[in-house]
Write a protein that binds this ligand. Structure first.
Ligand code: 6PG
Length: 262
C-alpha cells in the first residue's frame, strides 16, 4: 500500500474534533513508547479549531502534556504578538487561553521550555534576517529535538499539516529551493502568489517523510481541486509539496466539500 488513510467527515468542526482526538492518541502512544512526544504543529487557518478542542478539559486531561515538546512547521517572520504569527494562534487558544484582562485559564500545560517557537522577536529585535532565525531554530532542534534518522533528519512523533491552496505545506511552496537544501530550517522570501505576502521561516521539507506520523487536515470547497491533484494526480512533490504526506503512516482528515473531487 502506498497511499495514506483518508477520512472524510461531515464538516470542518467534525474534522477539527477528529484531528484533536487523533493528536491525543498519537502523542499518548509516543509517550508510552519513549517517555516523550515531539509534536510539530502547523500554521495557517487549520489549527485554531483543533486547538479549541484540545484545550477543553475532556480532551486536555487525557494526556500527560508535561512530556510533550511543541514545535512549528513554519512561521511568518513577524513578532510573536503580530496577528499573522502562527505562534500567537497556539499561545492564545492552546497554551494559555484567557479573556482580555483576565489571567490565563485552562490550556494544555506543556512546560514553557518545551514550547519551541521560532525566535522571530529576537531576530527582528536584533536586526537579523529569516535565515538567521531559521539557523537558531535548527540549533534549538539539535539541542532539544528528537533524534535524527540515518539520513540525518529529526524524526518527529507527529507533524500536523494544513494544505495551502497551491499545494504547499510548511512554507515550502511549489518548486521551492528548499528541496535542494540540507539545513533543518530555512528562511523563505515573501511569497507573492499566496497570502500573506510576508517572509517566513520553515522547517526543511525532508522532515515530513522522516516523521513517524503525519496528520493532514483540510476542509472547504476551495481545497477540492488541489486535494484531487495531490491525492489522485501524478506524483511530483516539487510541484505539489503536500504529496510528501501522500504515504502510508499519514492520515488525511477532510470534510465532504474538500473531498468532492476525490
Ligand atoms: C502558514 C501555514 C501554511 C500552511 C497552509 C495550510 O504559515 O500559512 O503554515 O504554510 O501549510 O497555509 O493551509 P491553510 O492555511 O488553508 O490551512
Amino acid at each position: 500500500m502506498t497511499e495514506p488513510t483518508v477520512v472524510t467527515l461531515a464538516d470542518p468542526d467534525a474534522c477539527s474534533l477528529a484531528a484533536a482526538e487523533r493528536i491525543i492518541e498519537i502523542l499518548d502512544v509516543a509517550i508510552d513508547d519513549h517517555d516523550e512526544a515531539h509534536w510539530v504543529t502547523t500554521g495557517g487557518s487549520t489549527p485554531a479549531a483543533i486547538y479549541h478542542h484540545l484545550a477543553q478539559t475532556s480532551l486536555r486531561d487525557e494526556l500527560d502534556w508535561r512530556k510533550v515538546h511543541l514545535w512549528w512547521t513554519d512561521d511568518r517572520f513577524v513578532p510573536p504578538d503580530h496577528p499573522l504569527s502562527n505562534a500567537k494562534i497556539a499561545d492564545e487558544i492552546l497554551l494559555s487561553p484567557h479573556r482580555p484582562g483576565e489571567a490565563a485559564t485552562g490550556g494544555v500545560p506543556i512546560p514553557l521550555d518545551q514550547v519551541h517557537q521560532f525566535e522571530t522577536n529576537v531576530a527582528i529585535g536584533e536586526g537579523h534576517d529569516p535565515d538567521w532565525c531559521a539557523h537558531r531554530y535548527a540549533e534549538d532542534l539539535q539541542a532539544d529535538g528528537p533524534d535524527p534518522n540515518d539520513d540525518g533528519w529529526p524524526v518527529f512523533d507527529l507533524i500536523l499539516l494544513g494544505v495551502g491552496s497551491d499545494g504547499h505545506i510548511l512554507s515550502v511552496f511549489p518548486n521551492s529551493p528548499a528541496f535542494d537544501r540540507r539545513e533543518w530550517a530555512l528562511g523563505v522570501a515573501a511569497p507573492t502568489h499566496v497570502e500573506p505576502h510576508v517572509a517566513r521561516v520553515t522547517l526543511n521539507p525532508a522532515i515530513v517523510p522522516a516523521a513517524a506520523e503525519l496528520l493532514v487536515v483540510s476542509h472547504g470547497d476551495g481545497k477540492a481541486a488541489i486535494l484531487r491533484d495531490i491525492l489522485r494526480g501524478e506524483r511530483n512533490v516539487r510541484a505539489l509539496p503536500a504529496q510528501l504526506a501522500r504515504r502510508p503512516g499519514a492520515t488525511w482528515i477532510v470534510d465532504r466539500e474538500a473531498a468532492r473531487l476525490l
